[in-house]
Design a protein around this ligand. Sequence first.
Ligand code: ATP
Ligand code: MG
Length: 572
Amino acid sequence: MHAINPASETAGDAPESRSNFIRDIILEDLKTNRYNGRVQTRFPPEPNGYLHIGHAKAICLDFGLADEFGGKTNLRFDDTNPEKEETEYVDSIMEDVRWLGFRWDGLRYASDYFDQLYVWAIKLIKDGKAYVDDLTADDIRKHRGTLTEPGKDSPYRNRSVEENLNLFERMRAGEFPDGSRVLRAKIDMSSPNVNMRDPVMYRILHAEHHRTGSKWPIYPMYDFAHGQSDSLEQVTHSMCTLEFADHQPLYKWFIEQLGIFPSQQIEFDRLSLTYTLMSKRKLLQLVQEGRVNGWDDPRMPTLSGLRRRGYTPQAIRNFVAAAGVSRTNGSVELAMLEHFVREDLNKHSLRVMAVLRPLKVVIENYPENQTEEMDAVNNPEDESAGTRKVPFTRELYIEHDDFREVPPKGYYRLSPGREVRLRYGYLVTCTSVVKNDKGEVVEVRCTYDPATRGGNTPDGRKVKSTIHWVSAAHAVDAEVRIYETLFTKEDPNQVEEGKDVLDDLNPNSLEVIRAAKLEPSLANAAPGARYQFERLGYFCADPDSKPGKPVFNRTVALKDTWAKVEKKQGKG
Ligand code: ATP
Ligand code: MG
């Protein structure tokens, strides 16, 4: 893992304060004084993977809304699955929440409540509301019924309270092997809601837990832990994604049986992005199979991946706010996320010149051994960013694509006989080319007009094109990594029969350019530093950079397809 100085960045103004239905509910509760003016939320990740852009939506809602109303937010790890959870995930989740610019009030773990949950389980047994079932997992599934058929009672459903207590205590004492018994809530096997058909509350699992060690041979199910954890923390507004709507009656049932504080659960739509997979299980598979270079691979939709790629917290928060909240799941265009990072980077990043695919240019009438320091503007969007000096010499590199020996119609960049402006430099005219044995152009010869220093034309003549360049003698060699989407399909979850999601990985998702030429100011770019490479896109220095040998990730190209879409829709 590479940390890119997370503490130094916080998001600015809060885009979360836009109106949405959850905010309206909170406003109404404040008006009616439902919780004595209190707003308390929590963000409850399971520490079984790194956070992704979908989690950012939940984080912005949980923290953003509480912040807006002077409330509190706990970060609570719902750590009820010891086999899949690790402290590495706990640490990365904390880092990512902080990076987004949020600070939690309490740091909690569902495992903090294991003792209390156990006491509550005993209470439910004593009240005749829970029983120990000896059916196998398979048989429990068979007894559960379907959406159209009611379930069947387990033969163990009517055990006496004494027998249940005895068995549950022995489960707790570690007497029984994994999977041999469970504790179930005694609700209604014919409920139309499958979640109410005597759900499992506890399972036997002799596994080390990342926090409680080997203290517990039994673990509460998520559904027996989540609602009560909210209640214990006095959470007023418990936001979660839509798939939990069907679990809400169960959470309420537990709360009512136990007579404890009822948190209000509010469901919202999951964020999905085109060309992006958001399942933690699948992301883990990508990492484990080495299909990507770790959780923070810049192609991953994880917050650590986006950070490494050059995304800013502000861009992510602006995007999440613009994507909005609703009660139906949909999918958001990846182009929209890219639009928001461009918008933010445009305001804040320094412009520099970098040549990704270098073509040598020799200016024949420019003195050998002369270097001029040209003034270059750091950020036209921000005058306070100032200017810098860029060395200009007789031999330069330009982008291969900015020269054509035979220019197609409408191509105004450099070609034989054509004059173009070198940004912040001079106007140059191509006089001839040098070719290799294969007939490829390997060098372009030009002349320059000394009267055009800085790119101005005293006689007012126009050139149609301005191109970027780097002095050959001063150029810094760099590796530049260009990314495309990780999946070729707009909806990677749509898989043909007999195929796996990972079969649709884009073979061209990473292109490594090993011999890019950068202007000298970038020689020691600090990992995490973001720039606009003029005319190319936004780039961020990677932690793999070494002094004098930077590595850059392309965050996003300059072309904004989303802005075009919006214009078409009449919003632009
Ligand atoms: P899994 O993919 O393993 O089912 P999860 O994505 O639900 O897990 P959690 O760690 O349980 O991951 O999520 C923490 C919180 O983030 C939950 O409240 C969950 O509803 C929310 N969340 C997860 N994915 C998204 C998403 N794509 N959009 C919005 N919120 C999400
Ligand atoms: Mg979950």
